[in-house]
Design a protein around this ligand. Structure first.
Ligand code: AMP
Length: 275
């Protein structure tokens, strides 16, 4: 596995092979492992898998967990090695963002709701760094998780709107045994919070087969279940169209329920497609 630190090193890598990129912020866990496995498959026998690890300051709003976000460098490196990664790109924030930077990438429609509303500037940070990674590493395809449903929709929109010649591959959400979606942030949860956080998946399963029920009833049911966990503080629970992310009147095919809920200081997001 080649470890690339500078942008020049990354850009000077020969690009003869099909390259599939998995962008991450590190603190790698089994969901990242699944993304890497899917990338390997998509790269084919002669292709290569690139993983980027970059805790992107631009997507953390002021006062959030940028500084305390876990950065287990050695463990991440081992993880990638064991997963058969070919290229590990781990740039510094100083090089990625020159102090006088003045160009950003902003998606302006899908970003205005849900996470975008709760975390102003978040998706501008995501789009900017993903566009930069696409330019630096020039992958043929890139893999993203459905756990970050809105992010995936926004990346697809950015790729379409800016004509990146890159296939976007989606990976279904990977969960722990009790259903909690794997996330690097789960390690912030204390044991009681961790136990109660399993309520989120219970709520998602309860609404999954909502049929054509009014969206408000589906939302109310999910909220009621989540509130059974006394440590849960709901930020939002919404039912939206899976492509436009606009609110819908009734659940059904092509709609998705998304939620953001805090347990203590830890904010978790999850979603499920409704049928
Ligand atoms: P992160 O390191 O949290 O920025 O995530 C890197 C990539 O892994 C993103 O595309 C995420 O959507 C994806 N990812 C994170 N957690 C999960 C999960 N539990 N299931 C599927 N994909 C995930």
């Amino acid at each position: 596995m080649k470890i690339l630190i500078t942008i020049a090193e990354a850009q000077n890598q020969p690009r003869a092979k099909r390259r599939v990129l998995v962008p991450t912020m590190g603190a790698l866990h089994k969901a990242h492992g699944e993304l890497i496995r899917v990338a390997r498959e998509a790269a084919g026998k002669h292709g290569e898998v690139a993983v980027s690890i970059f805790v992107n300051p631009l997507q953390f709003e002021p006062g959030s967990d940028y500084k305390r976000y876990p950065r287990p460098e050695k463990a991440d490196e081992e993880f990638c090695r064991n997963a058969g990664v070919d290229l590990l790109f781990r740039p510094s924030a100083e090089e990625v963002y020159p102090h006088d930077r003045s160009t950003f990438v902003e998606e302006t429609s899908l970003s205005s709701t849900l996470e975008g509303k709760s975390r102003p500037g978040h998706f501008r940070g995501v789009c900017t760094v993903v566009a930069k990674l696409f330019n630096i590493l020039a992958p043929d395809a890139a893999v993203f998780g459905e756990k970050d449903f809105q992010q995936l929709a926004i990346i697809r929109r950015m790729v379409r709107d800016l004509n990146f010649d890159i296939d976007i591959i989606a990976v279904p959400t990977i969960r722990d045994e009790d259903g909690l979606a794997c996330s690097s942030r789960n390690q912030y949860l204390n044991s009681e919070e961790r136990k109660q956080a399993a309520i989120l998946y219970k709520a998602l399963l309860a609404v999954k087969n909502a049929g054509k029920k009014p969206a408000n009833d589906v939302i109310a049911l999910a909220q009621k279940i989540i509130n059974e966990a006394h440590l849960a503080r709901i930020d939002y629970v919404e039912v939206v169209d899976a492509e436009t992310l606009k609110r819908v009147q009734s659940a059904g095919p092509n709609t998705v329920l998304l939620l953001a809920v805090s347990f203590g200081k830890t904010r978790l997001i999850d979603n499920i497609r409704l049928a």
